[in-house]
Design a protein around this ligand. Structure first.
Ligand code: ADP
Ligand code: AMP
Length: 216
């Protein structure tokens, strides 16, 4: 399965992707996670992208495309992949089409998790993530059993540095570069829209039934 997840920041892409990865056994490739890991490890890539992530601006296309192409060439991506947060611009979408064509593969579906913009600020400012295993929580909508502690691995929960009101504002503005991708994939006949305003498990049932149909 070759799948991409589309949706505004906070729509629930990472939350759904983790469940798809666990049930369907395909790698969850999040460009945001890859950039954050590089920043934490202070690699040359991390140093190059840090300012973009901190401010909420998009990392330049050329660099992002190179990172994704390298990741897609790794062995585990042979059985398929779930791209989360990529592509985010038309240039990235075209580059992905080219890479897939070179690999002799096609995109099965672009899952568009649609939510109204009004719900996003509360989702993003309440988001907490486990430092050790990356599981996503929300202070109100998906709280851990014990405040500040991961249910799965007892790791410490932290708030992303770009989940502040100021960076969120920039990220929502930057989404104007991503919005045209909905039509891009609709025109390719692969867009499937999911109502992301429902509770997490309801969204997942919709996602799951779409993916199960692809497997038949
Ligand atoms: P994205 O990857 O699209 O930026 P996340 O999956 O990280 O979004 O979700 C953003 C925040 O909203 C997280 O704190 C998550 O727990 C919460 N969340 C995700 N899906 C829902 C939902 N359907 N209803 C309420 N909160 C949600
Ligand atoms: P995310 O974790 O998807 O919310 O991404 C966090 C940040 O990483 C974004 O605000 C951008 O700065 C950067 N980023 C992630 N994916 C991309 C992408 N495909 N293109 C450009 N920048 C990206």
């Amino acid at each position: 399965m070759q799948i991409i997840l589309l949706g505004m920041p906070g729509a629930g892409k990472g939350t759904q992707a983790a469940q798809v990865r666990d049930e369907f056994g395909i790698p969850h490739i999040s460009t945001g996670d890859m950039f954050r890991a590089a920043i934490a490890a202070e690699t040359p890539l991390g140093l190059e992208v840090k300012e973009y992530l901190d401010s909420g601006k998009l990392v330049p296309d050329e660099l992002t495309i190179r990172v994704v192409n390298e990741r897609l060439s790794q062995d585990d991506a042979n059985k398929g992949f779930l791209l989360d947060g990529f592509p985010r611009t038309l240039a990235q979408a075209q580059a992905l089409d080219e890479s897939l064509a070179k690999m002799g593969r096609t995109l099965d579906t672009a899952l568009y998790i649609h939510v109204p913009q009004e719900v996003l600020l509360a989702r993003l400012t309440g988001r907490r993530i486990c430092k050790s295993c990356g599981t996503t929580y929300h202070l109100v909508f998906q709280p851990p059993v014990e405040a500040g502690v991961c249910d799965k691995c007892a790791g410490e929960l932290y708030q992303r540095s770009d989940d502040t009101e100021e960076a969120v504002k920039t990220r929502l503005e930057q989404y104007s570069q991503t919005a045209p991708l909905v039509d891009y994939y609709r025109n390719q006949g692969v867009l499937q829209q999911v109502d992301g305003q429902q509770p997490i498990d309801k969204v997942y049932s919709q996602v799951r039934s779409i993916l199960l149909k692809l497997q038949v």
